[in-house]
Design a protein around this ligand. Structure first.
Ligand code: ADP
Length: 220
């Protein structure tokens, strides 16, 4: 169980709302804030505390004790000005980690300049993810570790069925490592070299993108 932390989520639209719900699911305390009373009423039953407040109002943030929180998520949607001003106030107040949802590249640049600690582009990121997954039917899921390295979940094809990890000699031939193999609900962490792969197994592979692609193209 991760350590219980305290978060503030400002803006309870689709993104902020979903961040808030998941943080609560993960066992954290969340102070949810929005200018819209209806949204706050909905989140009153979900978040630890839910308040109607305008995050651009520095004195309101101070009286809510926001400076005592280490992690604040700014999930204000279309109002870029409010998002920037809020981020500025939070950083001036000394909040350690401010994560902001950016709407476009200009917004991103300004947020970077004023000290936002993390900047996310959920729509753009999800669009890329969907496109990458759709363009390769063997890839079920992936995590980009950097521009060059990833962890990828690949579905075992008929071509690879019945082969053992020794037969495939993956690390030597392709430079990638199989971290785990999933079969239905079962997960086999660091599978034995004599494990025989079945059609439909999910191989969780780590390596350089180029090498993973080579493994997929040649072996699978
Ligand atoms: P999404 O695209 O994630 O659904 P929305 O634009 O629908 O985003 O939601 C943004 C939320 O942020 C809205 O609920 C809005 O009321 C809230 N919001 C906008 N400005 C402020 C502000 N200054 N202080 C607090 N909440 C704000």
């Amino acid at each position: 169980m991760p350590e219980r932390k305290q978060f503030v989520v400002i803006g309870l639209g689709r993104f902020g709302g979903s961040v808030c719900k998941e943080l609560v699911n993960q066992g954290h305390e969340v102070l949810a804030m929005d200018t819209d009373e209806e949204k706050v009423n909905i989140y009153a039953n979900i978040a630890t505390h839910a308040v109607v407040a305008n995050s651009t109002d520095e004195s309101a943030l101070k009286s809510l004790g926001i400076r005592n929180f280490d992690n604040v998520v700014v999930a204000i949607g279309d109002n870029i000005q409010a998002s920037i001003l809020t981020t500025l106030v939070l950083k001036e107040m000394g909040v350690k980690n401010v994560l902001v949802k950016a709407k476009n590249d200009y917004h991103h640049k300004v947020l970077e300049k004023i000290g936002a600690d993390q900047i996310v582009h959920p729509e753009m990121d999800m669009g890329r993810r969907v496109a990458q997954q759709m363009s390769d039917e063997k890839v079920i899921d992936f995590i980009e570790l950097s521009d060059e390295y990833s962890i990828v979940e690949l579905i075992a094809t008929a071509k690879i069925e019945g082969k053992t990890l020794i037969d495939l000699d993956i690390r030597a031939k392709y430079g990638v490592t199989i971290l785990a193999i999933k079969k239905g609900d079962d997960i086999n962490i660091s599978p034995q070299p004599d494990y025989e792969i079945c059609f439909g197994d999910l191989l969780i592979v780590i390596g350089h993108n180029k090498d993973i692609r080579r493994f997929e193209d040649i072996a699978m």
